[in-house]
Write a protein that binds this ligand. Sequence first.
Ligand code: NDP
Length: 469
Amino acid sequence: MREYLKFYIDGQWVDPTTPKTAEVINPATEAVSGTISLGSAADVDKAVAAARRAFASWGETSVKDRLDILLAIQSEYAKRSDELGDAVVEEMGAPVGLGRGFHVGLGAGHLQTAIDVLKEFPFEQQKGASLIRYEPIGVCGLITPWNWPMNQTCVKIFPALAAGCTMILKPPQLAPYSAQILAEIIHDAGTPAGVFNMVQGQGSVIGTALSTHQDVDMISFTGSEPVGVQIQKDAAETVKRVGLELGGKSAWIVLDDADLAANVAGATGGMMGNSGQTCSAGSRLLVPASRLDEAVKAATEACNAVTVGDPLTDVAMGPVVSKSQFNIIQDYIQKGLDEGATLIAGGLGRPDGLDKGWFVKPTVFVGTNDMVISREEIFGPVLVIIPYQDEADAIRIANDSLFGLGGYVSGQDADKCRQIARKLRTGAIWVNGGFDFHAPFGGYKRSGNGREWGEYGFHEYLEIKSIIG
Ligand code: NDP
């Protein structure tokens, strides 16, 4: 049983101003796995004051000083990576291979990327008659979701540290353990007091206190659209910068010349990874109408092959994060059935043999783009296959969404795939797979306004100053 009752403020582990606790539930067993403290606005005030004090010196440190700290964090992170992975498995139900592997690896990748970018980053540039300086924005509030806990925290903390900012992290209540260990790592690396602070608690309390705080200069938020909207409203009074990374309903276009069976299988398996709880998941699979039968066969086989069960074993998919998330997904599956979408795999209820834990059946529908299951983010292992007539139709369908986060194009002709990618109104498009820590990640439209990852992630935490003449 884990017990994390202290917050990390000003380089110390401190008690909450007013004691209040909450239990954390293991989604695979529905049993209590530990207890955390829930903070208050008074704890946020203390953390912000510490961050403000620390900014006076951290904001003036040399690149070399900040690199030294990032390298020390990297060494501590490596020592505790399995522990971090196990925390992710326990808090949000990722299978152990995924938790110890990709979840922790994403955090390590963002750390390495921050180190690489910091070495080369042009904090000062002469442009014509002017000296352009990039300066740290100041005290940052970082508010993160539970779905990829290490990715979401590390993609904010390390560029912010590298840029010379100080910060207060508000981890998700559903997945608070890995953030706690990360705070220990940052402390053990010798990060100066007040540079990094962490207060656990409810978004409506801690998040609001950060968003409205006079002395917080920017908020970086990853999460749902309604909360993103609320944060922008809360932050408006103090005119602070707000970076939003929100949801998605990304389209995966399989072109006629692609290996259809392999791509449909890949897209189906990809959708079920992390139990479908990935903002950039290709949740709408667009296939040529003339080859729909072939696609249905491949998707059914791939979906039925996804193993679901105890995340401590070698399964492809664990539970979803919570009872409430389970119920939301069940409601969407019911909506799909009510709307007349054709269910080709999965469906309502838990998979056979799993009567405890928030396990969902990997599910595939064939539908149309006007259905609710094609328009709203389900954030679960539910894929909708949508047939298209020609490439123009595929582009039209892909862009017919309130969201614009990710996209995928598969085909033999890379130039043609890129031509299609250029026409998609989304922040990132993967052409025949690929992965790049240096590629900017963020949304068009309702998917947000920020860009994280790589050098672009640094700019979230920097002000631009012109010294003219
Ligand atoms: P939420 O928006 O519910 O929560 C995200 C964080 O915001 C949590 O820490 C939450 O706290 C906090 N929060 C809640 N209310 C407020 C508030 N009023 N003010 C400030 N903070 C608040 O999202 P989920 O955690 O449910 O995450 C899933 C969503 O995140 C999906 O929509 C997904 O698409 C999106 N997402 C986007 C990504 C991107 O990069 N674009 C990446 C990953 C996820 P609490 O712990 O109390 O809930």
